[in-house]
Design a protein. Sequence first.
Lengths: 146, 612
Amino acid sequence: MSIPLNSRAELWAAAACLAAWACLAACNRVDAVPDLPGATDESTLRIQEASQGHYGNLFIGVGNIKRSEYTDEAGAKKTGLTAWLFIANDSGPKNETKINVHPGQKVTAGAYTFLVQEIRKAKRGSVCLQFETTPAPQKTPPPSKP
Amino acid sequence: MKTANVGLLLLSCLVAHAWQAAAQGTAADAEPSIHGRTQPPPDAGKPPAQPSRRASAGDCAAAAQDAAALRAYEGAKLAWNLRRISNVGESYGLAPCKDAQAGVDKASACRAAFDALYDAECGTAQDDAACAAAKNEKSEAALLDSQNARLSNDLRTRAKERAALAACSQGAAAGAQGGGESGALSSGGASSGGSGSGARSAGSAAQVAPMAAAAPALPGPSNPPPSPAPAPQFPSLGDIWNSVTKTASDTWNGVTDTAGKVVSTVTGAVVSGGKAVVGAVTSTAYTIAKLPFNVGTAIAKAGSTLSNNAGGGVLGFLKGAAGTILNATGQILQAPWRISKYILPSLNSNHPDFTNVDCELLFVFNCNGPKAKYARVKGELFVPGNYSVAVTTDDIRQTDIGDCYFMSSMAAIAETHPGWLVNHIHDNGNQTYTVTFFDGASPRTVTVNNEFPVSNPKDANPNPVFAYFGRHDAGTNQNVIWPMVMEKAYAEKSFNGSYNWIGNGGWPDQALNTLTGKKTVVYSPGSVTFDQLAKWLGDGNAVVIASTPGGGDGEWYDDGKIAHSHAYFLKSLNLKTRTITMGNPWGHHDAENLTEKEFQQNVSGVYVNPVE
């Protein structure tokens, strides 16, 4: 059976797409550690690379996700995904710090402690943080009567 | 210099949507008017001229010019606030707000009506959101009231200054006493005083003049407030029914209470445009059986009881349901839990979607979008407050979505043309804002309201999940929301379609073109020198800079000094030290002090737009 030329071209295109998808899928990497006990949706913050998330008074930017060497909490040398967290406190633009993190690392920033639960490297990577401390409600009382 | 094609930069924050829909919508409306929050008068921050020495003619002329500029600005600002509170109040059917723009006294009465509205909503509200929203209304009214108090105090200062100048021109520059419009604005009360004028400092005389001319005339000796019109005996469409008092001996076409007695007091009924809105009522359970006019729809007040609806025009009430809408025969058409849902422009259906904002383009995961709902936020478009300018890059905080290309473009314009941004966002006074973008060179307006995706919609002060609040003015307890307004307008259905479309990356040149209507030129960083950057800045260009795509190495990225695949804006350039600082639209972690070589090595594109 012969395949018409344009159908063959379509097959080639489909095959090329499949190959590209497989290649890109292989590039998709996820390094993760078990969830923090008691973690909920409310205490979990996923931040896309080159953007920032907001939790309580913290603004946390994520950037430069890459595979590199680091020393884990047990002191062992490892190779895996790391990311930079750019952390600022809402109280002022100069109240800021940055830290290179790996999965399983715990970070304390201001009144908050969080676990770096997952780092995902993809075309648009992300970092998943799980907080031990929940943000205080930011309600303000209604204005007093005149 | 050679113009470069930056090519296929797949930047996380800058990823272009190959299939992004062409912008839709209608042709441009007229450009919104300037509304008095522009650049400061040159000497706005200076204290008033001291009349303690004999002034020269030149001194007097200069002082007079300064005072005139300040008066024009303050007058315009006051008029703007008064008009705003009046418009919002009227939209709620609050009769005292009808004349609020006539002066500060009226504005205070309007605020009291807002308080009553709040009490009613929170006394019988069926859900927390309605109560929280009412709190916002109340606090906004309080804010405007306090601003007006401060402004009126400033005007008193100006009046004293004017008196001093009069003495100055006569060669007796001392002992100026208050006068002028101070008496007419006597309800101003305590305030931050004259400091407000300098600190707020907006608008040169030339710039504020159109606003001052367009503003309602301010009350004063030469322009006394109008006498209140007598309440009409029998309301008709378009009339204001204010404080109509009935006594036991009066009858008015069968207006009776549930016990068959005559209604004692009803205030604040407004009839306009075929809709009857009942404002504050002093009786909580009564019936109005029939009114001598036809009512298209009626919005009842909480605590009232639905009357009989026999024939003709009937204005009814429904117990416990604020905002219930009745038809001409008293039947319930709609029972919203907030009056504003009916009164305010209904744009809910046009809210841009965000449910897929976190989706990968090729590998679908985490596609649920943020857990957020639309709710009104507490904030002011611009809060000059204690700041010297209405718009700065400090207001911009990109959050949660990948629209750094857009936020940095706004920041770049704010850096070089803050007044230009102010002039392209118009506060319509009814909690909606009209933003002027450009489709090519043609202006195109997008109107949005002040509801934004928030993480805690039931809180009194919900937090936005995307572009975050700008500066917070502790004096007025208000947050700047202009970047949120701009982002929402950019994401609006009629424009780009949704937050999903703008939040997964894009190109700075497209954003700059849309914002300014001028064409952006893209340069390869390897060919850009600091001298060239300095010339662009000097010429007033907005400059956005893209970092290199992810995956690359290098000291600046390994050390976290700069983020991959991100858009920055040109914040400062030091030609002495030959270093550059690129501003970060996150609002923190600028890329500071890059040398020329580092800049050329770590940047993938430079986007230059002339703005105007």
